[in-house]
Design a binder for this molecule. Sequence first.
Ligand code: 4NP
Length: 164
Amino acid sequence: MVYRIVFVCLGNICRSPSAENIMNLQLRQRGLAHRVKCDSAGTSGYHVGSPPDSRMNAAAKRKLKIELEGRSRKFQAFDFDEFDLILAMDRDNYRQIAALDPTGGKHASKVRLMCEFCTKHSLKEVPDPYYGSEDGFNFVIELLEDACNGLIDHLLKTEAIAGA
Ligand code: 4NP
């Protein structure tokens, strides 16, 4: 069984595509790419069809030597059935996602905040870098590396990909 995760932010051009690509990188590095399928989406439709933000891509290239892949899409109600885990980058994303739950809350346990999985950082949300400086984009990469690493450890400890 493949475990399915979708990462969600506002525009799906900065934080969530970074989370998706960093998670895929770490899964490959840990030999687990075949056990987890990752995707990303935005709560807004502002950038539907666009590739990741060039400043975000530059930060990923600088820090991780990877190109961010993917095109922006909007998170939809049917995504609740498509994924086992829905990871919101901030509390606002979390609220927007929860409001789309067609069952009125039955899927609530699938929706979590990305920073719950950080082990080095204590921030509760991944800050929106869109209107900020290069440092903000670099920090998003650093924070998401921590969260993805903790997320994989968590998945290995729970039934999600136990025995992998
Ligand atoms: P993201 O960043 O949610 O991390 O993709 C943003 C992208 C676009 C906008 C805001 C945040 N925007 O306002 O267009």
